[in-house]
Design a protein around this ligand. Sequence first.
Ligand SMILES: [Zn+2]
Ligand SMILES: [Zn+2]
Length: 315
Amino acid sequence: MLAYLYQLCLVVFLLQGFTLPLLPAVSGALWWRLSRRLEALRGELQADRRKGAETDEAFGRMLARLPKLRPLNCESCGGAVLLREDATLCPYCGARGRPPEDYAAALRLKAEAERLLKSAVRHWRVANLLTHPLARWTFLLLIFAEPLVLFPAVVVGSNVFPDAPLDRAFAALGEGWAFLLMLSSFLGFVVWMVVFIFLAGLSKSLRVKLPVVPVFEGAARGRETASCQACGGAVEYDAGAFACLCGYCNVENFRARFVRRERVRAERQGASAGSALFGAAEIIEEFLGTFFFVLLFLAVASILLTLFLAFKKLL
Ligand SMILES: [Zn+2]
Ligand SMILES: [Zn+2]
């Protein structure tokens, strides 16, 4: 039982050494990618804020000028056209036309806001995990586990169980390689301890920056009635629908005012999802950046120390 524990500790100890050159490369690449994304997001958010300066009052006046319902007719033959996702289709002459501008924009912005929200939730989960008190305690525990559990276990274990399979593999490697392996593992042990100290501090200080992820309520459900703009007949439609087809004359009535409002709503939802994403990604970026720069600093420091010792020996 104890022999297994020793072997497990030794594997962890060696892994810390093995992964030492990989970690700065991986964390550096991830950090770089995320900070580029944050930069792009910052630009988008600033552009959104400038656009959103339009007052609610001006928006209300503009909205009032739009017709509630507008019949959609074919540009070529004047017949009633059907509204499709990316075009209007005339069933009489087969001509395809451009859908109303607000319609295309509202659909696009809605999809964009949903995509941003999904991404924000994903990043928020990671940021929440990293800044959770449980994570902080784990980091603190690991700081002490390194010198108080892992290191003694490896040292004591190698004396008590000198004939463990890993020790035999060590002996087979030859003295030079075994020494190098042990040296890198010892370096890894020191590096991880320092990294955990930094991460524990970061976890505590970044908790307050965790953003609130917005919840988008679905469009109001229910049915509404109005009169068809082409024939005057009664049309009934879903409260969230962008257009309604008249059952009497088959003309599609486009809900111009509603769609404009939906377009602006989607724009605002996209902006709030974007800023939540930004806040969460910023926390992850700080973790990655700290991890990377601490590793980099320790690597440079140990190289300088080695050079210094080598020079001192020469002189
Ligand atoms: Zn037509
Ligand atoms: Zn009609």
